[in-house]
Design a binder for this molecule. Structure first.
Ligand code: ATP
Length: 131
């Protein structure tokens, strides 16, 4: 474990590496990250198959980025609480529950985006299969 003591452009690349390591370690340790990213890959595969337009892609990428970013922040808050308050405390509960609430909110947004962008293409695809 080391602090970022580099300067100039080296500091930038060190920060980038620490951030990439943070993402990779959250993927390894957090089941929710694995579930959300697997769903994201399936959704993007469906977007390719159904040839969704660029505007739908942008909405999907926004929703996926929001969910994964919220999940990363939730993981960071959980780790901080476990460090500073391993014992039961109402404020620790408030912090963890609120962070989990943020993830839930982004997941609800992602579902709404999914329905909005996939509804008509899926209906057209089903109609095509039946005719
Ligand atoms: N120190 C604490 N004090 C009070 N309540 C806590 C504390 N730690 C956890 N909790 C309660 O237990 C819930 C679950 O906490 P936990 O740390 O197991 O996270 P989690 O939501 O299960 O996420 P993960 O499985 O990714 O670690 C929290 O949302 C909170 O309500």
């Amino acid at each position: 474990m080391a602090k970022n003591t580099a300067v100039g452009h080296k500091k930038f690349w060190h920060s980038f590496r620490f951030a990439a390591h943070g993402i990779a370690s959250a993927f390894k340790s957090e089941l929710n990250m694995k579930v959300h990213s697997t769903l994201a890959i399936l959704v993007l595969a469906a977007a390719v198959i159904l040839r969704l337009p660029p505007s739908s892609w942008m909405l999907l990428l926004l929703a996926i980025t929001l969910v994964l970013a919220a999940e990363l922040l939730n993981t960071a808050i959980e780790a901080t609480i476990d460090l500073v308050s391993p014992e039961i405390h109402p404020l620790a509960k408030k912090a963890k529950d609120t962070a989990a609430g943020a993830v839930l909110l982004t997941a609800v947004f992602a579902v709404i985006v999914g329905i909005y962008v996939f509804y008509h293409p899926v209906m057209d695809w089903i109609t095509g299969l039946m005719s």
